[in-house]
Design a protein around this ligand. Structure first.
Ligand code: NAP
Length: 315
């Protein structure tokens, strides 16, 4: 099968031929129809998890995908050949991922069935970004009338988070440039803050001097200074970081709940998101759809930033 692999941490992704994996006990072989691209994919191959997880090289890149179950191993009860499925497929110890024609995974809680009405490309764009958005909005403890800032709202996680937060009846402040402002408002943002004109926190502080109820921060890196975001919050508010940039103990002293969120897909959430996307109630903009051979160039482009939606690889 064709697959995009790296041969070591920090090496350049390349398209290669690999043996098609065989499903073992409790495993399924999936023919991938579309693989979604996330910043996590190259953070991992750069070595983000090298001290905590065993990696096998050559390592097939990627996590998210949608496809069809080709074969099942002994003891598989949840899935059957022909089932349309999606979810997260990254298995670093086995060297397996989603940027490939086939992948093998356990029949576990990171994979769910998708409705007939949901195209594979759209399903592949959902797992990491939309599960993270869904769980970040839940963690933000929103109620109708609350004001929430989503910092980094123009990318994959942010666009879904706008929709979920608006669904809670929150007033959503979303960062984004003028190019994406209309789109973010269309998704449910009340106010779009152009962070290229002045720092987002200064604009929000000027408009909300009494503080806001929550921030979902998708921008501040691990070890970065998140205090400008924390400074926007009133006592009792919540600060959620997807890059482990909050110090929950320091925030607790200010009466703020700090949450470092790592997405945890489960069948119930994946099924809910797939159903919402199938009926158009969760909208995901696809920026780019490219064949496997173009994945290395797509990764270079994605690393440079300026996402205005999701990118998908179609093997
Ligand atoms: N912990 C988890 O489970 C988890 C899960 C998913 C994602 N994440 C992390 O969450 C972050 C967002 O993920 P994503 O998939 O949404 O990434 P993405 O699709 O690449 O989007 C990031 C967005 O942030 C914008 N941005 C960059 N700098 C900004 C700034 N200073 N102010 C405002 N916006 C800015 C980018 O626009 P410009 O480039 O045009 O500025 C881009 O639209 C990434 O760091 C990712 O690794 C964590």
């Amino acid at each position: 099968m064709k697959a995009v692999v790296v041969t070591g941490f920090g090496t350049r992704p390349k398209l290669v031929d690999l043996p098609t994996p065989e499903p073992g006990a409790g495993e399924i072989l999936v023919r991938i129809h579309a693989a979604g691209v996330n910043p996590f994919d190259w953070k991992v191959t750069d070595g983000a998890l090298k001290d905590s997880v065993t990696h096998t090289f050559p390592l097939v890149m990627g996590s998210d995908a949608a496809g069809v179950v080709e074969r099942t191993g002994p003891g598989v009860t949840r899935f059957h050949p022909g089932d349309r499925v999606y979810g997260q497929f990254m298995r670093l110890p086995q060297g397996q991922g989603s940027y490939a024609e086939y992948t093998v995974t356990e029949q576990d809680g990171k994979i769910a069935l998708i409705p007939e009405a949901l195209p594979f490309t759209l399903a592949a764009a959902l797992p990491t970004a939309s599960v993270t958005a869904y769980q970040a909005v839940q963690a933000a403890r929103l109620a109708a009338g609350h004001t929430l800032l989503i910092n980094g709202a123009s990318g994959g996680v942010g666009q879904s988070a706008i929709q979920f937060a608006a669904g809670f009846g929150a007033r959503v402040l979303a960062t984004g440039t003028s190019e994406v402002a209309d789109h973010l408002r269309d998704l449910g943002a009340d106010t779009v803050i152009d962070f290229t004109r002045a720092p987002a926190h200064e604009q929000v502080a000027a408009a909300h001097p009494d503080g806001i109820d929550a921030v979902i921060d998708l921008v501040t890196p691990t070890g970065g200074d998140i205090s400008p975001m924390a400074g926007l919050l009133r006592a009792g508010a919540t600060l959620v970081s997807t890059n482990y940039a909050t110090d929950p103990d320091a925030l607790a002293a200010l009466g703020i709940l700090g949450v470092n969120l790592g997405n945890r897909p489960n069948v119930e959430t994946l099924t809910t998101l797939a159903e919402l996307a199938a009926i158009g109630e969760l909208r995901v903009r696809i920026d780019a759809e490219v064949p496997l051979a173009d994945a290395p160039a797509l990764i270079d482009k994605a690393r440079a930033g300026h996402a205005t939606g999701k990118s998908v690889i179609v093997p």
